[in-house]
Design a protein around this ligand. Structure first.
Ligand code: ZN
Length: 128
């Protein structure tokens, strides 16, 4: 049996490079073709070079030619939601109905749509 998105996100979190915040964040994104990509947060001593787990997973998918997200799972021990920048990047590659699941270390899961989390998103459609 294949691993669940939660298991893959938790697995990715173990690879976080977070020597400054000590936060371990993992993400797993499934694309419309059923492929899954994992991401962890990767901090940088410049701080500005830091990238969140969600964006790592999404950019891995896009760099492999997968440009339509179907679901995303974000894991932290404390159940942190995605930041605004990650929500904006999701908006580029997903519909407002994208299922975003936030999981914590106790097994609690909160499920929202991208549109719920970023209701007035700036979308590619604004530039047409
Ligand atoms: Zn983020």
């Amino acid at each position: 049996m294949s691993k669940t998105l939660r298991e893959l996100a938790m697995d990715a979190a173990t690879r976080a490079h977070s020597p400054y915040s000590k936060a371990k964040v993992g993400a797993a994104v499934e694309t419309d073709s059923g492929k899954v990509y994992q991401g962890c947060n990767v901090e940088n001593s410049s701080f500005g070079g830091t990238i969140c787990a969600e964006r790592v997973a999404i950019l891995k998918a896009v760099s492999e030619g997968q440009k339509k997200l179907a679901r995303i799972y974000v894991y932290t021990v404390d159940g942190w939601p995605p930041c605004g920048l990650c929500l904006q990047v999701m908006t580029e590659f997903a519909d407002p109905g994208l299922e975003v699941t936030i999981g914590d270390g106790a097994g609690k899961e909160t499920r929202r749509t991208l549109g719920d989390l970023l209701p007035m998103a700036f979308t590619p459609g604004h530039l047409k």
